[in-house]
Design a protein around this ligand. Sequence first.
Ligand code: SF4
Length: 99
Amino acid sequence: MTVKVGYRRPLPVLASDRSHWAERALCRGYDPELFFPHASALADLAKSVCARCPVRRQCADYALTTGQEFGVWGGMSEEERRREIRVRNRAAALKAVAT
Ligand code: SF4
C-alpha cells in the first residue's frame, strides 16, 4: 500500500536548521493522517515506515521528552509511549530513593 501523497508531516524543525534530525524524517512526504491513525492496522503501517527511518531514535526521544500525546512517533504508539514514560519515571524514582 502506498500512501506517499506529497503532504508533509509537521515535525519540529526550524526553517534555517537543515541539519535538524527532522529534515531526514522518512515520514516527510507521507500523508500525516497515517501517523495519527484511528485503527491499529494503520498504526502498524506507520510503524513500518518508522522502522526504516534513519532518525527513529531522535524522533522517539523528542516525543517522549516533549510529551507528544497523539500519533505514532519513533515507531511507538500513544500507549507504548505512555508505558515507556511510566518505566522511565519508575526508574528515576528508584534511583532517587537509592541515592
Ligand atoms: S521515526 Fe517515524 S514518525 Fe519519527 S521521523 Fe521517522 S518516520 Fe517520522
